[in-house]
Design a protein around this ligand. Sequence first.
Ligand code: UDP
Length: 478
Amino acid sequence: MEAEMCPHVLLFPLPIQSPINSMLQLAELFCLAGLQVTFLNTNHNQHLLCRHTNVESRFRQYPKFQFRTIPDGLPEEHPRSSELFGELISSLQAVAQPFLREILPGVTCVIPDGLFYYAVDIGNEVGVSVIPFDTISPSCLWVYLSFPKLIEAGDIPFKGNDLDVLIENVPGMQGLLRRRDFPFYRLTNCATDLYCQLALKEIRSIPRSHGLILNTFEDLDGPLLSLIRSHCPKAYAVGPLHLQLKTRLADKRMPLPSSNSLWEEDHSSIQWLDVQPIESVIYVSFGSLATLTREEILEFWHGLVNSGIRFLWVMRSNLLREEEFNHQFVKELMEGCKERAYTVTWAPQEKVLAHPAIGGFLTHSGWNSTMESIVQGKPMICWAVYVDQRVTSRFVGEVWKIGVDMKDICDRYIIEKVVKDLMVTNKDTFKKSANNLSMLGKQSVGEGGSSYNAFEYLVEDIKKLGRRGKDTNPNCIG
Ligand code: UDP
């Protein structure tokens, strides 16, 4: 019995939708591999998750799985918006540090989000291996890892306002990466910029970790993975993670996972798609955090309407920046185009992207959305807002050539043009490259594929840590 209970993995996601989604998928994969798993969530997010999904009953089938929760340190009425992300991160850190110090001696290994650099310090302090899961895109992570070089070369902070200047000191991205593709393109002072400082702390923690988990696959990010491995040799590329999970569940003839959404999914979007012609609809979503001004929403709306293409738009109730969501505003917008458009406040995105009526995706280039779109072979129009979205969108347009990188341009005429380009004029070219990447992604998670094998190595390594820990760590549970 004793051997069965070890190893024990603690997963600790960033308290926002996309990392929670990915970490839950990883947690379920570990459960399938027979590991003992604790999923550490914030009270706030656990409440939302339990309200809108069946995670509790879904994970009850795994007797070695448990949820643990901690406060995020913020008052309940705090908006936890992207604009106040820094407050969420620092208040959670104040709560999480003492909690981790207490709980880590009882586990074999901890898998925190890559941004929780302090978990690496605590793990090293108490002698527990740390394998961060970096849920951002590997291209952005590689830019982060190049920060010291960029600072030394004087490339950052930028001098002058020209955003089209090429950044030549990121190995592997010469001639590709412009200032406007940089994660923090408004960076004026590295020493005072919170996000630059967080990125620097994160990259300093990577070489002190046991390994690093990334949601990508070799055929997509192979060259970058080789570069990342020069900082952390054990970089496990286990993505597309949602597909790895689905494939393994299907192999075991187990039910496929339902939603991990923090908001209620509106399935009427699927019913609406069911009556639309094949590949006729563009799906529009800016993820769970990005906000837009009223003017930006209007530019997108005019561009989409003028393109003549049908669209399904996720209008989150907190999509409007610094404004109360105005249902009347959305209602009036939709009045004029009822025949060709549909909006929901939150969609079952994976199902939407898998729907045959969807021909393309107008996205903010969040990493989960990008991977989900790649798996379904749907070409993308990228309108990146911040952080990894800016680098990822450059790769979509220029490296993988599976879409158009609109970057930060928000102009109705350009939007109309790129929508027609993606959905009509160059549809076949984009479809061909998107289908090819989709096929490679699917192969990577099939038995013997690179991501399938990477997950097997990861589990094997954790089991080795468990065997080592049992000799050296008297607190190991089991
Ligand atoms: N998502 C969803 N329904 C929506 C919009 C988004 O389920 O209406 C999910 C999507 O499938 C993805 C996540 O939310 O897994 C968004 O993650 P991403 O990394 O793309 O962007 P972020 O929200 O972190 O900016």
